[in-house]
Write a protein of this length. Structure first.
Length: 251
């Protein structure tokens, strides 16, 4: 990457998981360390952004991410959470020099042919039903009281409502397959594989499989984290994210 306009600033390009967009990282910008900035993207087909095609491919998402990275001056670290990490991994497997560092946080990819949830979501009718259920008003009302209790008022409601208009929610289950994962090239970009010990969405045991694709990596497991620490504890998440971004750029 070119170190042009702001050589002292590290830009963390944050790529979200399935169902939502940049809003998922909205509690972080003011909490990051000095010299670390956040650029949260919204992938095509999420958070109201048009998908633009009825038959997306991985390039629909990776090309969009790479174009974002090419438009940022200075040092960049990609943070991918969930499917965002999968897309980041795919993008950097094609162009490892597109970023100075990579943080893979609880990403989708390991054992996709063995896990029950991808098999359950194989049918389009099931995906549509799950999408409607997650974003339904009753679920949002209950979740508003139980989910993300420390988040600002209305955060959980918007977080879940975004699933309803996520055109790319279903196609992700067709694109992220065991065949896709096995076809990825190794990524030499300096990498941190980050996971929460209490993650109940993507189990920490999947971490070792992910690591096979990133030889220049180390792992970091956070004991108190679940799947969404950027919402549950944004102060702690911002501290860890800042430290990791600086570490990767200094390697």
């Amino acid at each position: 990457m070119s170190a042009a306009a702001h050589p002292s600033t590290i830009t963390v390009v944050a790529v979200h998981g399935n169902g939502g967009g940049a809003f998922r990282f909205s509690l972080l910008p003011e909490r990051l360390a000095e010299g670390v900035a956040l650029h949260a993207v919204t992938l095509p087909g999420f958070e109201g952004r048009p998908l633009g095609t009825t038959e997306p491919t991985m390039a629909t998402y990776t090309d969009d991410l790479l174009a974002t990275l090419d438009g940022i001056d200075g040092q960049t670290v990609v943070l991918g959470h969930g499917i965002g990490g999968s897309i980041a991994l795919d993008a950097l497997s094609r162009r490892p020099d597109a970023a100075d560092g990579l943080i893979l946080h609880a990403i989708v990819g390991a054992n996709l042919d063995e896990r029950w949830f991808p098999r359950f979501m194989a049918r389009p009718a099931v995906r549509a039903g799950v999408q409607r259920l997650i974003s339904s008003l009753p679920v949002r009302l209950v979740a508003g009281r139980l989910l993300f209790r420390s988040a600002p008022s209305g955060f959980a409601d918007r977080f879940l409502a975004e699933y309803r208009r996520a055109e790319s929610f279903g196609p992700m289950f067709d694109l992220l397959t065991a065949e896709w994962f096995e076809g990825l090239a190794e990524v030499p970009t300096p990498t941190i594989v980050l996971w929460g010990q209490k993650d109940r969405v993507l189990d920490v045991d999947q971490l070792a499989v992910i690591e096979r694709l990133v030889p220049n990596r180390r792992r970091q497991i956070e004991a108190g984290w679940g799947h969404f620490p950027m919402v549950d504890d944004p102060d702690a998440y911002a501290r860890v994210l800042s430290d990791l971004a600086i570490e990767l750029v200094d390697r």
